[in-house]
Every structure is written in C-alpha cells, then in structure tokens.
Write a protein that binds this ligand. Sequence first.
Ligand code: AMP
Ligand code: MG
Length: 420
Amino acid sequence: MTTTIRELSCADDYDPNSMPVDKARDFISKALTPITTTERLHIRAALGRVLAQDVVSPLDVPGHDNSAMDGWAYRHADLVSGGVTVMQRVGTSYAGKPYFGAVGHAECVRIFTGAVMPAGCDTVAMQERVTEDSLGVHIGNDLKAGQNRRFRGEDLKTGALALKCGSLVSPAAVGLLASLGIAEVSVYRKLRVAFFSTGDELKSIGSTLGAGEIYDSNRYTIYSMLERAGCQPIDLGNFVDTPEAIRAGFQAASANADVVITSGGVSVGEADFIKQMLDELGEVLFWKIAMKPGRPMAYGKVGGAHFFGLPGNPVAVMVTFYQFVRSALATLQGRTDYMLPPTVKATLVNKIKKMPGRTEFQRGVLTVGANGVEVRTTGDQGSGILSSMTQANCFVVLATDVGGVEPGAIVDAQMFEGGM
Ligand code: AMP
Ligand code: MG
C-alpha cells in the first residue's frame, strides 16, 4: 500500500530540516505506485523497457542434443579400454543438416558445432585429437561418456520461466527472446517526465548572454538522464522567477506527465517561489537533506504527478537525481530488479576535507593498477562545477559521521551508471 504525502510527514523520525539520505529514499519509495498501462512491442523496440509479463519458454532451447565441438560423434561404450579404437565413418552431421542414418557398433559420424547428435551417439571427440586414415577413424579413450555434448533444453526447458515481469529488457533479454522465437512482448508504457528550469538568469543555448546571465545547463543534463533511464522527457523550458510563471509551469507539467522535475528555486530565498506555488497546487514536502551537494530538495505530488524539486546547482541536480530520482523512476516504471550502482572499496589517493554531520558525494576517479583499486577526487568540489562530473567515474561517498579523510584510507566509491 502506498503512503500519502501527509502520512509521510507524520512519521516519528520525520525531520524536514535534517533529513538523512537513506530516510529520504525510504520516504519517497513508500509513496510510489508503479504504472500499469502496457503496450506490445517488437523485441528490438523493447530494448531498455520494462517487461509487463513473465515470459515462459514455448520450446526447449536448444531443441535437440547437439555437439559443442567440431569433431567426431561416437558411442562411448564402443571404445576399447585403455587404447585407441579404430572406428568406421558412416556419415556427417552439419549444423542444420543432421545425419539421419543409424550408427552401428564401432561406427562414428563426422560432426560440427551445433549439429544434431546422431541417434545412438553420446560423446564427441575434438577433431584435433583424432586421426583418420585408410583404416578408419582413430579415437582414444581419454574422454568420459557424454563429453562435448550439449543437451536438449539445457538453456531453457519448455514451460520454464525465461524472463520475469518487472525486469529490464537488456540486450541479453532481446537475444533470449529471439532464441525462443518470440517477436513481440508486453512492456509498460514509457514514463512521461515533464521538467523545467527556474531562474531569471537562465538563457537557452542559441541565445546571447546578457550581463549576469548563464546558459541553462540543468535542462540538458535532466533531459539526458531521463532519456538514458528509458523515460519520455518533456522539456517545458525555463520559467522566470515570478509566481505566475511558475504556476503556469506546474500547470503545464502536471497536466500530462507522470513525474514533474524542476531545478532551482527550492531554497527559501526571495525569488524562490516554488514552495509558495506548491502550497497552493500540490502536497509537497521540503527537505534539507543532510548531504553535500544537494541540501535543499522537495518531494511530493502535484496534480496526479510525482514531483521532485531539485536544487539549482548543476552538480547538485545530478547528485540528487542519481541518489533519489533514478530509483524512484525505476519503481514507477515497474522495475523490480533495479538497484543503485554498486559501491566498491578503494584506497584514497588525496586528502579530503569534510565536516561530520552530512553525507558527502565527492566526484572521484577510480583506477585499478599495480596498487590495487585507488580513487582520487577531481579537484574543486563546488556544487556548480559541472566539469567535476565529466571527469569523474564514481562518487566518493563519505558517511555522515566521518570527518576529514587522509590519503591511504579505504573509502566507498559508488560507480557511475555508464559515463555520466
Ligand atoms: P537556486 O537554487 O535557484 O538558487 O540556484 C542555485 C544556483 O544554481 C545558482 O547559481 C543558479 O544560477 C544555478 N542554476 C539554477 N538553475 C540552473 C540551470 N538550469 N542551469 C545552470 N545553473 C543553474
Ligand atoms: Mg534560482
């Protein structure tokens, strides 16, 4: 059962002014209900989508016992013990062109990888270990019965669960579906995620910057993160810092989206109207997350849509997206197999300064070399320094109670999901 936003804020351990990262994730996950609408797609088009059905194997894969090698198929019981047996070749079994004849005592069949095992044969000798001359085919007794034979149904048996509802359609899954002869599957429809930026200082790329203006980069990182997460991004542009503009933004966003994401304007500065508007339009909780970067963040419902109000600083946008939004999207998409990217232990190369009391996500470069797994941070860790994200391949995650960390310490490095 999902929890309402009001119920979340009534939990015993609820403190909006110092919300631990795990608690925030936990609160958000309680309020999520996966979408249920499905569509049928060709398996290639289903790549990156979430299966809305179990896939049960309609056939045995492989469909027949077959050879794992190029070589010679024979009956193991026909070999003389401890020596070489001279057998007579009675035919050839090619992949897709089986040998249908009988195989008598001390007879063998030339066979190729993937070819059907001739009836009566149980073992395949690798071609490099066998000689053929005018006397026949010389096969040693160095294999066990059944070696180099693949069994019918050893990959999947008819009726076996091949792929689970709620799993991601990966390249391997597309291949497996094809191996079962399945051309179409049922997947959940894409999540529609509307997003907009807020800020008087923001200009879209293509326009010329005036005094004090900057290019709006968050809309482009958010678009890219959504696209990669298999969502349908809906870019609503940038809204200036007035209550009217921001109200219009929310109305447009929540009208036809499952999720609404904004960046900027969630602190409580003079021009931060997000909170004011949401008190009017939705049910939203504003949190100061005990983390760096990404301290102010909002979560709630606007219209029927889930709402994530991310901070304005470009690095904070990415950190909060990957720590909170990404897994929430996966749940809403119907994924049951999603997990945050794994954390590995690495030896810290450089010193890190940190105050206890908040979780930090510093940008790191993890390398594997002669000294084992090492990680260094990418220099200036300001939350506006987006180049730190392009250089990094992991977050160095420093727990709440940790203070500064010296070189040589073992730290947690959370690998990025592909290049960020
Ligand atoms: P705010 O949370 O609105 O106070 O913004 C915090 C910082 O992030 C400010 O320096 C903003 O200029 C910057 N910022 C906000 N939105 C964006 C954006 N869409 N692209 C780039 N920088 C932004
Ligand atoms: Mg702003």
